[in-house]
Design a protein around this ligand. Structure first.
Ligand code: SF4
Length: 310
């Protein structure tokens, strides 16, 4: 199916392939992106090498192509993740409503849907998501509004994202938080991590996935232009002592482990299920999936009567 979906041109539902990362532990799933580009303009964005640094643009004939893909090849047993790059709830979604329209097709039909976003706009769709086989993870990297404005200039403030978690949770949608990425010297300290996790837990999140920042030439340039005081530290951690893995500079494993173990300790203390993303630390996971797909409830029969056993 992976090869088949790659061969077809013009698809909007694609087999998720995280740039072939050997450290990705995501279960099999599809990726569905209503937009290209991303108006959130996060400095650390990993996707800009593919989607560019430009505002979110609606994909041409998106709904028509989605319907065609669902008819032709989509396996109803696999979850559809909206979205794995290019946020599904940029400000433009208020106008184009492509994500909403996609959900209006997917949810009543019984598809399993995982929403991954950095926007509080997702709360608008709580009614629809609560009726189906759907779960949501929202990224919150810091509760410090000023830092968030620098890191994620186009995304809603962290407090609004936490409120969105609460609205979804109260509507009955299973929710998790992505504390991702952790940038040394910015949001990886005990107080910052605790503040995010306490707020998310109190709002109803039961799962957290976390990850350290991986540097690429383009995102590192943006981060250092905004935080020139980190230049020496990042040069040492990433360029001198770090390891190049599949297109990214990683900090060395002991350093990453120290940061991740800090998050894990606080997460378990607060009663979260815990996972990491592309770290190679699966032994630390307590959650059944690293991406939150295990949160998806079975509320409606799957499409075409699929049972997906075994
Ligand atoms: S929300 Fe995601 S895709 Fe959009 S700029 Fe931020 S990291 Fe990139």
């Amino acid at each position: 199916m992976r090869r088949e979906s790659r061969r077809r041109s013009g698809l909007v539902v694609r087999y998720f392939d995280p740039w072939g990362s050997p450290l990705c532990t995501c279960p099999p799933k599809y990726s569905l992106q209503p937009y290209t580009g991303c108006s959130h303009f996060c400095l650390y964005c990993y996707a800009t090498a593919y989607i560019g640094v430009r505002k979110s643009q609606p994909k041409e004939r998106f709904i028509e192509r989605l319907k065609a893909d669902l008819k032709r090849f989509v396996d109803p047993c696999l979850p559809i993740n909206m979205s794995t790059s290019s946020d599904p709830y940029p400000p433009e979604e208020r106008v184009y409503r492509l994500t909403r329209r996609a959900l209006e097709i997917l949810i009543p039909a019984g598809y399993k849907v995982l929403i991954t976003t950095k926007s509080s706009l997702v709360a608008r769709d709580a009614d629809l998501l609560a009726r189906g086989n759907a779960a949501v993870t929202i990224t919150v990297t810091t509760m410090d509004e000023r830092l968030a404005r620098k890191l994620e200039p186009g995304a809603p403030p962290p407090r609004e994202r936490i409120e969105a978690l609460r609205v979804l949770h109260e509507a009955g949608v299973p929710v998790g938080v992505r504390l991702d990425p952790l940038l040394p010297g910015l949001n990886d300290d005990e107080d910052s991590v605790r503040e995010v996790l306490e707020a998310a837990r109190e709002a109803g999140a039961r799962f957290v996935v976390t990850s350290t920042y991986k540097a690429r030439p383009d995102n590192l340039r943006r981060v250092l232009a905004a935080f020139p005081e980190l230049e020496k530290l990042y040069k040492r951690l990433y360029r001198e002592e770090g390891v190049w893995i599949h297109g990214y500079w990683y900090m060395r494993p002991e350093r990453r482990l120290r940061i991740i173990e800090r998050v894990r300790r606080i997460a378990l203390e607060l009663g979260f299920e815990f996972a990491t993303c592309r770290e190679g630390f699966q032994h630390l996971h307590t959650a059944p999936s690293c991406d939150g797909t295990h949160l998806i409830p079975r509320r409606l029969p799957l499409p075409r009567g699929a049972s997906c056993e075994g």
